[in-house]
Design a protein around this ligand. Structure first.
Ligand code: NBX
Length: 829
């Protein structure tokens, strides 16, 4: 209950009095105030982290104000809200982005300059929340930016991991992992909400009975309970709204009796508390075999249960009935990681809110929508029935019930026994397990892939039977990226040049870049375009020097592949080509080679041996090439350690060539591909994921295409692919592959790369050898075009001009239209 003076304070905010101002003077005043009263610092003892924190708090006030305002408007409009459920987010540094969205970059810079401080140094101070693995987590954050900008009432639910994705160091050429202590200096962006907390149960057993009113009732008697507390971070949109990212932290429930004055019990209670907090301790790296990981299942259930209880609470405290739940909320499941939500919402409705099964199921199926991000069979989530039943006994019963009704429906429709076994939520081959993609599909009203190609393959492969049953359920929403963070903020040189020519409307409408097409051949514009790129390359050159000690020449072609390290992404295909160049240079055949710096970055999952060996291969080639005077005039190789959002923002603006060379059919979409092209890099790529659509948009003459199509790969496989044959029949390829075990490369440890060598010669599951020639000849074309500066620049401009489709604003509009059935409400003040 708040009193009248609080109310009148809020009213005064409405009239403008007492608002946190946006002028330089307001920022200076608040900044000093935070430094003094919030941090208790005198100037002589102020650290750089204090300065950063004081400014972050100053800006957070302004962000929260936007958020509160947005909530008021959303509430008035009574609009349908979107809850985005994602186990991962990669927001990147907040400060710079919030300044951009509040349009106070210049004011803040000026305020700091007057105080003898430097904004860039402050921006550098921020440690980013690494609460995700890669593309999937970053996509979630791009979507938050666009949801806020477009004015969609929404909330992003997730997990507040104490340790995010591991930090990568390179020691003696190998990846080493250390813990990511992103909270060690505190986190000024979040607001802890001790009053927003929910209890989550685990383990134990269920009791079935018929209660007084003759209602069949199930009680879950858990073995343990854990409390989830909300931590809110405001996420701003450009010139408009703010939404909240609500992350849950696990704690012991108060009922643990700390007051018992028995030493033994006291310490056991403390131990229990520590064990409870484990649930949100650490983010699991992907690609590892997660299926046996009990803690991972607990994490998923924990955040999903807190979030659903929170939504039900929001819904009912506004006086609404649960039967309208789906009218007021849509929940987007970011992959299957939160898909236990389907069973949890059923449990909350049926067991806790005494709703009948059929009605509950109806509401549930009209609430969820599911986004799939992978077709790789090893990446499809499955939980052993034994494990799920032990941790979530009631949910297993509910899943069985959903399944038996679903299979009954299939039998009624005349599906064959084979088909029914394939579609069942339970996989009976080997150890019985729950197929989470099937649970998500059955429990959702829409299922989407993340690019045209991927959505097509999803329907024809992984969820083929379901697409036959419910064709209307399946749709596509091609991914997008926020061009505000990945161009306006991280490439101010290019952003300013563009705004000078076409104005600033592009910040909220990327399709207006079309107007740049007419400048593509303008010599003066081309010159300035190249100057900006060169400046960005100079800045990256300096960064590379600091991080790796390697000196590179910014005049060289910067050829870049940055993303998670995985065999299907084929970083090693790029390496094979670099080895070919090395051998040619050593042979004196340097004609037709454009001087190039090859830049790699990306993390390998700690348990993924071959991915780590690929990193070792890159660093071995880098060492060999960079130290050889004869060679390093033509090529250099760099591996930048610890790729993250902050580093990515330095890399994209400086790239000339973007490597998107996965085996066709394996990369669901890719989003790095969009960020590179948006910053004027040309792409060398396969017909995979969103590459297909990027090429369609920019024009085939402005894209370096190589490699087999999805269909050709299938055909190659059907014909009995024998990689060894390519090794034998192609002398160039043989030389390159044999070089993997040379003394020269391995410094005497000739066994080092044998596992990769054998993998390629014996299985080559991603058909590198088959695509090798096609890739190399495309590289020749790249080199040739690089020497024609005007043509290259023209293509670079055209790539940027035609990126309109790949803004996440467009993706979110698609979700609104095709899936959520909501309309954006722009709240420009
Ligand atoms: O999602 C990625 C896909 O590989 C990309 O093609 C796509 O562009 C992107 C966004 O749609 N998937 C991805 O990043 N997956 C994970 O990070 C992941 C995390 C945890 C896990 C499995 C996969 N257990």
């Amino acid at each position: 209950k708040h009193n009248r003076s609080i109310e009148s304070y809020f009213e005064s905010l409405g009239t403008g009095a007492g608002e946190v101002g946006l002028s330089k003077e307001d920022i200076t005043k608040d900044f000093l105030h935070k430094l003094f009263y919030h941090l208790g610092r005198v100037p002589a003892l102020t650290t750089s982290n204090d300065i950063y924190t004081a400014m972050a708090l100053t800006i957070r006030d302004r962000a929260l104000r936007k958020f509160v305002r947005s909530i008021e408007k959303f509430t008035q409009q009574d609009a349908r809200g979107i809850a985005y459920f994602s186990a991962e987010y990669l927001p990147g540094p907040h400060l710079g982005n919030n300044l951009l969205n509040l349009e106070i970059v210049d004011e803040t810079k000026a305020a700091l300059t007057e105080l003898g401080l430097d904004l860039d140094e402050l921006l550098d101070e921020e440690e980013e929340p690494g609460l995700g693995n890669g593309g999937l987590g970053r996509l979630a954050s791009c979507f938050m930016d666009s949801l806020a900008t477009l004015g969609i009432p929404s909330i992003a639910y997730g997990i507040r991991y104490e340790f995010g994705i591991f930090k990568q160091e390179i020691r003696e050429g190998w990846q080493m992992e250390t813990t990511d202590k992103w909270l060690h200096n505190g986190n000024p962006w979040e607001v802890m909400r001790p009053e927003i907390s929910y209890v989550v149960k685990f383990g134990g057993r269920t009791e079935h009975s018929t209660n007084g009113q003759n209602r069949y009732q199930v009680d879950w008697l858990p073995e343990s309970e854990i409390k989830g507390t909300a931590y809110d971070t405001p996420i701003l949109g450009y010139q408009s709204n703010g939404i909240i990212m609500r992350l849950w932290k696990a704690e012991a429930v108060e009922s643990f009796d700390f007051s018992v004055y028995n030493m033994g019990d006291y310490y056991r209670a403390v131990e229990k508390k520590l064990r409870s907090e484990n649930i949100t301790k650490v983010l699991y790296p992907n690609d590892e075999n997660l299926s046996g990981k009990e803690l991972r299942l607990k994490q998923q259930y924990f955040f999903v249960s807190c979030s659903l209880q929170d939504m039900i609470n929001l819904h009912t405290t506004q006086g609404r009935e649960l039967k309208n739940f789906h009218e007021k909320f849509a929940i987007q499941l970011n992959d299957t990681h939160p898909s236990i939500a389907v069973a949890e919402l059923m449990r909350l409705f049926v067991d806790e809110h005494e709703m009948e099964w059929d009605e509950a199921w109806d509401i549930t199926r009209n609430t969820f929508a599911y986004t799939n991000h992978t077709l790789l069979p090893e990446a499809l989530e499955k939980w052993a029935v034994s494990l799920l039943g032990r941790i979530l006994p009631r949910h297993l019963e509910i899943i069985y019930e959903i399944n038996s009704r679903f299979l009954e429906e299939l039998r009624d429709k005349g599906f064959s026994g084979d088909q029914i076994a394939r579609m069942s939520l339970i996989d009976e081959n080997g150890e019985p397990s729950v197929r989470m993609a099937h649970l998500a599909t059955v429990g959702s009203f829409k299922v989407n892939g993340v690019s045209e190609l991927h959505s097509r393959l999803l329907k024809s492969q992984v969820l083929n039977d379901f697409a036959g049953l419910w064709p209307q359920k399946f749709t596509n929403v091609t991914n997008g990226v926020t061009h505000r963070r990945f161009l306006a903020m991280s490439n101010p040189g290019l952003a300013n040049l563009i705004s000078e020519k076409i104005g600033e409307g592009w910040l909220t409408d990327l399709t207006s870049f079309k107007e740049l097409e007419k400048l593509a051949e303008n010599e003066d514009f081309q010159k300035r375009w190249r100057e900006v790129k060169l400046q960005n390359k100079q800045a990256l050159t300096q960064f590379i020097k600091e991080q790796t000690g390697v000196t590179v020449d910014p005049e060289m072609l910067f050829d870049v592949q940055v993303k998670r390290i995985h065999e299907y992404k084929r970083q090693h295909l790029m390496v094979l080509h670099i080895i070919d160049l090395y051998l040619r240079i050593k042979d004196g055949k340097t004609e037709n080679i454009a001087a190039s710096t090859f830049i790699f970055a990306g993390k390998a999952a700690p348990g993924y041996f071959l991915a780590k060996l690929i990193i070792r291969l890159i660093t071995a080639v880098a060492e060999l090439v960079n130290e050889d005077e004869e060679v390093n005039r033509f090529i250099k190789v760099v591996f930048l350690p610890n790729f993250n959002v902050k580093q990515a923002q330095r890399i994209y603006p400086a790239a000339d060539l973007s490597e998107q060379i996965s085996m066709a059919g394996k990369e669901a979409s890719g989003t790095g591909n969009m960020k590179f092209a948006l910053n004027g890099a040309l792409t060398i790529g396969t017909l995979d994921g969103a590459n297909v659509e990027i090429r369609e948009e920019v024009g085939e003459e402005n894209f370096f295409l190589f490699g087999q199509t999805t269909e050709e790969i299938q055909q190659t496989r059907n014909e009995g692919y024998r990689p060894y044959q390519y090794y034998e029949e192609n002398p160039k390829l043989k030389k390159v592959l044999d070089f993997l075990s040379s003394e020269e490369l391995t410094k005497g440890d000739t066994e080092l790369f044998k596992p990769l060598y054998h993998n390629l010669l014996q299985q080559d599951p991603y058909q590198l050898l088959k695509d090798f020639d096609s890739y190399c000849s495309k590289k020749e074309e790249v080199f040739k075009l690089w020497n024609d500066k005007k043509e290259w620049t023209k293509k670079s401009i055209l790539n940027v001009a035609r990126m309109g489709k790949f803004s996440s604003d467009r993706s979110i509009r698609d979700y609104c239209e095709k899936i959520w059935n909501v309309k954006p409400v722009k709240l420009k003040e």
